[in-house]
Design a protein around this ligand. Structure first.
Ligand code: LLP
Length: 409
């Protein structure tokens, strides 16, 4: 559910026509709806209301500071994977004790920063990382709160690039190895074992992988409890998908939580969730302008001013995002591939889009671009990254300036 809707053939974000926003701020432009973000945060929060829980928004989905301030104001924490993300989370005012730090390659500098910032826990993914955390904690004369990320060896049924819980991936620890490390770590003076973590992957649209994964975490949790290791947090990671097409059937946060909750019946730990995409995905669009129409014997192309450097998901994951016209003229319907200016054959935003009489100068909205949109944008082809605006009912605020040529060096 989101607040991008048509009224009298014009596409609005909340109460503002997108054509007005495009005219004022130019394109390509990321446009976010604050009401949609609030709604998604609220849905996630209320889905967990019957258990002790903490929502740690995954910054990698979208780490614009103004977005993070909304997340903070709703009382959420953060899931970070780099020193940069930790910096942004703290800058947005998110309490350190609501921040979890994941990632297979934390550097010593990042570990030091996390420990000095007094975050909730570091999610450890290998034995050498554990040793480094212990060494740095000792140097700082601190006790490092840690949890282990388990790789449950489950197929999350998503795009192969988005599956992080297969045995063949670099992520997490195998169960036996984790159990061994739990026992070692619990006897260290400089480590405090506080939780258990998993993250299966992303854009997961069936509940069974989440259930199987959580069941494994709970089994390990119970075994550890019976051997005297008490964990305070069970961190389920993120991964809940969003509908990309009109007819996609994706579980709601309520369905997701009520499917898992029976597993936590006799558990006294706080449940952590790390949603990214399901908070931001449908809360943002990429607004782009048609530059040229070009037809070949096999295709009709709309060449637009946004490319794969601005929004890489179609090129990288073959993701099928919709492109909606910002104004809907009457006329003959055709089918068009929406492609960008970048010198790559994979530079497209949407394929086979039904549109009536598009012309140069018209605007299109690439839907569901709020997550992994700007955060994955690059300067490829020395293109300038777009601006970002936030709409709150009938107000629109620039929340990141468009880059200028000087930003390229
Ligand atoms: N927690 C951890 C440890 C993660 O690695 C991720 C995402 C999340 C939480 C949030 O997952 P979400 O709820 O957003 O699915 N660039 C890809 C997505 C990669 C996600 C990586 N990890 C895309 O555009 O689809």
């Amino acid at each position: 559910m989101h607040y991008f809707h048509y009224l009298d053939n014009r596409l609005f974000c909340e109460k503002i026509p997108l054509s007005e926003i495009a005219a004022e701020f130019g394109t390509p432009l990321y446009v976010y709806s604050k009401r949609t973000i609030l709604r998604h945060l609220d849905r996630m929060e209320s889905a967990f209301k019957d258990v002790s829980h903490l929502i740690c928004y995954a910054l990698k989905a979208n780490s614009n500071l103004e977005i993070l301030k909304i997340v903070e104001a709703q009382g959420c924490g953060a899931d970070v994977v780099s020193g940069g993300e930790l910096f942004l989370a703290l800058k947005a005012g998110i309490e350190p004790k609501k921040i979890v730090f994941a990632g297979v390659g934390k550097t010593d500098k990042e570990i030091r920063y996390a420990l000095e910032s007094d975050i909730l826990m570091l999610n450890v993914e290998s034995e050498p990382e554990l040793r480094l955390i212990e060494t740095i904690a000792k140097q700082l004369n601190r006790v490092a709160p840690i949890s282990f990320r388990i790789n449950p060896g489950i197929d999350p049924v998503s795009h192969p690039h988005l599956a992080t819980s297969l045995k063949s991936t670099k992520f997490g620890l195998e169960e036996k190895e984790a159990q061994r490390l739990y026992h070692q770590a619990s006897s260290s003076k400089y480590l405090e074992v506080v939780g258990i973590h998993m993250h299966l992957g992303s854009q997961i649209i069936t509940l069974s992988p989440f259930y199987q994964g959580a069941k494994k975490l709970v089994a390990i949790y119970n075994e550890l409890m019976s051997s005297g290791i008490e964990l305070r947090y069970i961190d389920l990671g993120g991964g809940l998908g969003v509908p990309l097409g009109e007819s996609d059937d994706v579980p709601t946060p309520d369905e997701y939580v009520s499917h898992l909750i029976p597993l936590f019946e006799n558990i006294h730990a706080t449940i952590i969730a790390e949603p990214g995409r399901c908070i931001m995905g449908n809360a943002g669009i990429l607004l782009t302008r048609i530059l040229y129409l070009k037809s070949t014997s096999s295709k009709n192309f709309l060449i637009v001013d946004a490319g794969m450097n601005d929004f890489v998901r179609p090129a990288f994951y073959s993701a099928k995002h919709q492109a909606w016209p910002v104004e809907t003229p009457t006329g003959e319907e055709g089918r068009f591939d929406v492609v960008g200016p970048v010198c790559e054959a994979s530079d497209y935003l949407a394929k086979d889009v039904p549109l009536t009489s598009p012309s140069a100068g018209d605007y299109l909205a690439v839907m569901t671009a709020g997550a992994y949109g700007y955060s994955m944008a690059s300067n490829y082809n020395s293109r300038l990254r777009p601006a970002e605006v936030l709409v709150d009912r009938d107000n629109v605020t620039l929340i990141r300036k468009r880059e200028t040529p000087e930003d390229l060096f």
